[in-house]
Design a protein. Structure first.
Length: 434
């Protein structure tokens, strides 16, 4: 992933240094388990941990060895042996490369998930704060991009909060999904390694033993994980698109913060563009692109092949690093979002009262009029307002057929915007709790 869309903590997790350190930790725990079984001397296990912990793994040296061996894990083990010395013969006993690769990979994904969960917590806190701030800020709701009925801007943000709260639950479950450890040896039969070792190491690393592995951890687990990230990205994009629409000149109900010295266009000095939201839309596409290859990785040959390996080397760092960056960007965007209630009111008034058409329709049906006839009467006057720009309430008051059924006072009472926000408190309690 390019540095422009990276943050240090997540990027460091996917560095070669981090990977090699995790591989060593797994091998050291394995040696501890083998020593507990009496398979290797405790003195050797202690020496391996001490020397390996003090080692500074040289990426260039490992690459040099791999250029000859054509095998990354063997290259690492060879380099580790250069530090450990004679006791290196006790390292990796009864194991296969995938035991280290997959267990290490899962550790990286677990730690990446922890960072993303923290990102979501910060986003949720900001969404909740801004939702309460604008709980009663009335705005127009839109369906198909067309004015529908009034809602509140707080409800828009509460909707996003609920969506990202579900995302957090899914990510927590996805983290659990990939928190497994596989140390079962070639083709997963434990022929040359005691199952106790897997149980011991899993506990030491905060993982669970994979119930059954075929030399590799089943790839459906990763499909769940990367699909979860894709869903988070889509929810992120939904909110970003909402902001982009609200910032349009013709709407101007909300706007990204525009800093002093910021420039929107190289040609037009007046421009204030929703660049952060547009950027998030683009990054969401990149993150979602990982879901399909992760699913295609499920179907491998027999007990294993390595067609999944190259895919995961791309999608794991790219998606987690990008999503970490994007969630942080979205949090800052919402925290600093400029909201314009005056423009919201102007847009509410823009259709000259048409947004109350449903209330008129329902009132007519409550007098005994059929819904079809009531709809015809209301739509007849609504279309006049669309075409002439005249006041909808005035059109209704001038309609003799409607006036036979509803009084002037009754009609005017139906144009009360407060009616549309009377249950906001109930919705907020459902979303945020008491």
């Amino acid at each position: 992933m390019i540095p422009r869309y990276s943050r240090p903590q997540m990027a460091a997790l996917w560095s070669q240094e981090s990977k090699f350190r995790l591989w060593f930790e797994i091998e050291a725990h394995i040696c501890d388990a083998l020593a507990a079984l009496g398979t290797i001397p405790q003195k050797a296990a202690d020496a391996i941990r001490k020397k390996g912990s003090a080692a500074r793994f040289d990426e260039n040296r490992i690459a040099e060895i791999e250029a000859v061996t054509k095998h990354d894990v063997i290259a690492f083990l060879t380099h580790l042996g250069e530090f450990v010395g004679e006791d290196a013969r006790f390292i990796h006993l009864g194991l296969t490369s995938s035991d280290i690769l997959d267990t290490g990979f899962n550790l990286q994904l677990m730690r990446a998930a922890d960072i993303l969960l923290d990102d979501l917590d910060r986003l949720l806190a900001v969404l909740k704060k801004r939702a309460y701030e604008h709980k009663n800020t009335l705005t127009i709701g839109r369906s198909h991009g067309i004015h529908a009925e009034p809602t509140s801007f707080g409800l828009k943000l509460a909707f996003a909060y609920a969506e990202f709260a579900r995302c957090r639950q899914r990510l927590q479950a996805a983290r659990q999904e990939i928190s497994t450890c596989a140390l079962s040896g070639a083709v997963g039969t434990f022929a040359n390694i005691d199952p106790y070792v897997e149980t011991y190491v899993a506990k030491a690393l905060g993982m669970r033993p994979e119930p059954i592995s075929t030399q590799i951890i089943p790839r459906d687990r990763y499909a769940v994980f990367f699909t979860c990230l894709a869903i988070i990205a889509s929810c992120m994009e939904r909110l970003a698109i909402e902001i982009r629409h609200l910032q349009r000149t013709e709407v101007q109900e909300a706007e990204e913060y525009f800093a002093a010295g910021q420039k929107g266009s190289s040609a037009m000095p007046h421009k204030r563009n929703p660049v952060l939201s547009e950027n998030l839309t683009g990054l969401a596409r990149v993150i979602r692109a990982a879901a399909l290859p992760a699913m295609e990785n499920i179907a491998l040959w027999h007990e294993r092949d390595i067609s999944h390996s190259s895919v995961e080397r791309f999608i794991a760092p790219d998606t987690t690093i990008t999503l970490d960056f994007a969630l942080d960007r979205l949090t800052g965007l919402i925290e600093n979002l400029l909201v314009y209630p005056h423009n919201m009111q102007k847009n509410i008034d823009r259709l000259h009262g048409l947004i109350y058409s449903q209330r008129i329709l329902l009132a007519l049906t409550q007098t005994g009029l059929s819904r079809e006839e009531a709809y015809r009467l209301v739509q007849r006057n609504a279309m006049k307002t669309w075409q002439s720009g005249k006041d909808f309430q005035a059109e209704l008051l001038a309609d003799k057929d409607i006036r036979k059924i509803l009084t002037e006072k009754e009609i005017k009472a139906l144009f009360d915007i407060a009616w549309h926000s009377r249950n906001v408190d109930i919705i907020f309690r459902r979303v945020f709790g008491a």
